[in-house]
Write a protein that binds this ligand. Structure first.
Ligand SMILES: [Zn+2]
Ligand SMILES: [Zn+2]
Length: 623
């Protein structure tokens, strides 16, 4: 009775006959499923005389144009984008239905792999298990990703996962649809918006990842360190959100990606990180920070084999503080000892000794959590953090962290819909904050506060935010008392530095001309610029220029420029000064020139001439 689509992707042949308009719609749905779009019943018409249906029209879900929503402040994303694909059927006098007209072409991408997600296909979906398995595999391994993970490790991931039936814990019935509509809508607004969907074997949405166009752009400049933050998920927020966070040269947090996840399986984390990597064009971070989590620890080397992995220090410290019995006397002394053990142990030996004593005093030798932290020590103890910089992304408490910036957009009871609405403000606020900082960068010149050559060295080089922080270190060096402790193998000297402000002792080692410079406080590793203790040592040894490797390009006004940073910082400084001066003059020109059409024309002409002249002077070819 019902026409059957003989092979997938076949177009409806004219001349098909249906018993009813429902049969015709079923046929259209099957066709849509094989090709990859969602369907809607557009209209049907009854005969005036017989009251029977005589005419029906079915269409692509994106048929027609978006209607003006009543709720203009919070418009719901609409799938309608004026697609014309449709099928019009009419009943003939004999009672049979014929295809009257058929529009095949769509004005958008078709999604055969995700077709079961469309509302119109969900109730009747019954793909074979074989299809589901294939789809799962495909979801796990998006095309083009094969180069990132060796096939054998992927197989292991699949074999170890019995993830049938897990799905995204969303509350309201059509939340999954809301997520898809959000992603499609964002993608329509900006084709560089990236999203990936992962479905379980029952074709229910399991994991989602998206990266905004701004996130992709930002990561191109700031790929040195990324924090993968699972706090919202692990503290059981209503929205099962995980985020990728970076930091720009103004010390502002960057939202580099969002995921909604169903669970904490290896499948989920591998899928999520692979999809994120795909969004970033295959680029991986040099350092990734995460909470202590065995599954994540396994996933990272699979997806990012060249990336160094560390734990968020604040997460570990919170864990430790939960194990410690606060009621015990001498607690304060022990906290001091813990700080000394963590922050001021020079090498593994010293750390082991101090840690062992502490754990004994706290009676935590048998504590499994403490044992696992000890086994993972190379992933979090500051003593082992070398030759990297976290650029401020791993502070000692979460409230100081840049990640906590996003806490204002999501609370424990924020619903998915509200979060997705807020998402646009996260992005908009991010753009605005950055524009403000860039604007300030050439409106407000930072001032020197001391005659220190180090301060002068980075004036105009560092962004204003980093310059201010570094300035504090330069000034703090005045309160550091230095004592030479001895010489190691002839070239490296060891100093003990007493910081009178914090009343703590630090060890600094330094070779000739500031080479192999390292301080036990770990400031450079954690914050990305030299500490007062290292500064005072450089000064004492007669080095008045910081070695170039301690001035990270990511903190400079050249961070988002493709020009490589010259080692001759004076050149950079002079260039930044010239740039700032021209920008200021341009603003004045803009204000004055826009007052009348005549002055505008004059200014416009002069600017064009000046530009041609500059290009010519610099030896470029003007076209
Ligand atoms: Zn369409
Ligand atoms: Zn230091």
């Amino acid at each position: 009775s019902r026409a059957v689509v003989s092979s997938s992707n076949s177009d409806p042949a004219t001349g098909l006959v249906f018993d009813s308009h429902e049969a015709a719609y079923d046929y259209y749905k099957d066709y849509a499923k094989s090709v990859g779009f969602g369907t809607a019943k557009l209209s049907s018409r009854r005969s005036r005389s017989s009251k029977e249906f005589i005419d029906a029209k079915f269409s692509c879900i994106r048929y027609g144009n978006k209607q003006q929503s009543d709720d203009a402040i919070n418009p719901r994303p609409s799938p309608k984008i004026g697609c014309k694909a449709s099928m019009h059927v009419k009943r003939k006098a004999c009672g049979k239905w014929y295809i009257h007209s058929f529009v095949k072409d769509h004005n958008h991408e078709l999604l055969p792999d995700q077709v079961h997600f469309f509302r119109s296909h969900r109730s009747t979906d019954s793909s074979s298990p074989h299809d589901a398995k294939l789809r799962k595999k495909r979801a796990l391994l998006p095309s083009g990703l094969n180069q990132f993970v060796s096939p054998c490790s992927i197989e292991t991931v699949i074999l170890n996962q019995n993830d049938r039936g897990r799905y995204l814990a969303l509350e309201e019935g059509d939340d999954a649809q809301v997520v898809l509509e959000f992603c499609e809508c964002m993608h329509l607004g900006n084709p560089n918006f990236f999203y990936a969907l992962d479905f379980n074997e029952e074709h229910r949405l399991r994991n989602v990842l998206w990266v905004d166009a701004k996130g992709v752009e930002d990561f191109a400049y700031f790929d040195d360190v990324v924090s993968f933050d699972t706090t919202y998920f692990s503290t059981k927020y209503r929205v099962p959100l995980v985020i990728f966070v970076g930091v720009n040269h103004h010390l502002q947090p960057l939202l580099l990606g969002c995921g909604l996840i169903a669970d904490e399986t290896l499948h989920t984390y591998v899928w999520l990180m692979q999809s994120w990597c795909l969004a970033m064009g295959g680029k991986t971070p040099k350092v990734i920070l995460t909470d202590q989590n065995e599954v994540i620890k396994t996933a990272i080397p699979l997806v990012f084999p060249g990336t160094r992995h560390f734990y968020h220090l604040c997460h570990v410290l919170e864990k430790i503080s939960r194990r410690v019995d606060y009621s015990r006397v001498w607690h304060e002394t022990l906290v001091k000892k813990l700080n000394k053990c963590l922050y001021r142990s020079w090498d593994e030996e010293q750390f082991k000794e101090r840690w062992g004593k502490l754990i004994q005093r706290w009676n935590l030798q048998e504590d499994e959590c403490i044992q696992s932290l000890y086994l993972d020590r190379k992933l979090w103890v500051p003593t082992f953090v070398r030759d990297v910089s976290f650029a401020g992304l791993s502070p000692a408490s979460r409230s100081e962290s840049l990640n906590s910036h996003f806490d204002k957009y999501i609370h424990g009871d924020t619903s998915l819909r509200d979060f997705l609405k807020n998402y646009r403000s996260i992005i908009a606020d991010g753009y605005e904050e950055e524009a403000k900082a860039n604007f300030d960068a050439w409106h407000e010149t930072p001032e020197l506060k001391s005659p220190s050559p180090f301060e002068k060295q980075v004036l105009f080089i560092y962004t204003a935010e980093i310059f201010r922080n570094f300035q504090t270190e330069v000034l703090g060096a005045a309160a550091c008392h230095l004592k030479k402790e001895g010489e190691e193998d002839g070239s490296i000297c060891c100093y003990s530095v007493k910081d009178l402000e914090s009343d703590l002792d630090f060890i600094v080692k330094c070779g000739k001309q500031g080479s192999d410079l390292r301080c036990s406080c770990g400031s450079f590793q954690y914050k990305g610029y030299l500490c007062r203790h290292a500064i005072v040592v450089l000064q004492m040894t007669g080095v008045f220029n910081m070695p170039f490797k301690f001035i990270l390009k990511r903190w400079t006004n050249l961070a988002t420029s493709t020009t490589p940073m010259s080692e001759r910082l004076e050149e950079v400084q002079a260039k930044v000064q010239r740039y700032n001066d021209l920008c200021r003059r341009a603003v004045i020109l803009g204000e004055e020139g826009s007052l009348s059409v005549e002055s505008y024309d004059a200014a416009h002409k002069a600017v064009n001439e000046a530009l041609c002249h500059c290009v010519h002077t610099n030896g470029g070819d003007e076209s």
